[in-house]
Write a protein of this length. Structure first.
Length: 114
């Protein structure tokens, strides 16, 4: 199976994954901001930290699209080395964004334990 064909097969999944990490981090950020006044049981520092983490998750999720674009440009110009580099960058950004979603909740959860 040729590489362009393989990329066509995974493209919808990759696009959905990037959209998902941006959406979940955005949703957590918006929910945290809109409910901040009602979260008086959460220490302010923990809430601010969680909001920052989710904002960073949105940023890294959006940056994934840029890295994916650079990978696609390198692929079409047959620059295999650059293509692989940008794929690794995009993958790392995606996983960072996903981790930020979970880490925001950990920041709040740990603050409630102490």
């Amino acid at each position: 199976m040729s590489e362009p064909y393989q990329l066509e097969l995974i493209r919808p999944y990759a696009n959905a994954g990037v959209t998902a990490v941006v959406t979940i981090n955005s949703g957590a950020l918006i929910a945290g901001l809109s409910q901040a006044a009602n979260l008086d049981f959460v220490p302010d520092a923990a809430l601010v930290c969680a909001l920052f983490i989710w904002a960073f998750g949105v940023t890294t999720g959006v940056a994934t699209w840029g890295a994916s674009y650079h990978a696609a440009v390198a692929l079409t110009s047959a620059d295999h080395e650059n293509d692989m580099r940008w794929r690794r960058v995009a993958t790392s950004l995606f996983h960072t964004s996903l981790s930020m979603f979970l880490l925001g909740f950990v920041a709040i959860g740990v603050s409630l334990l102490g």
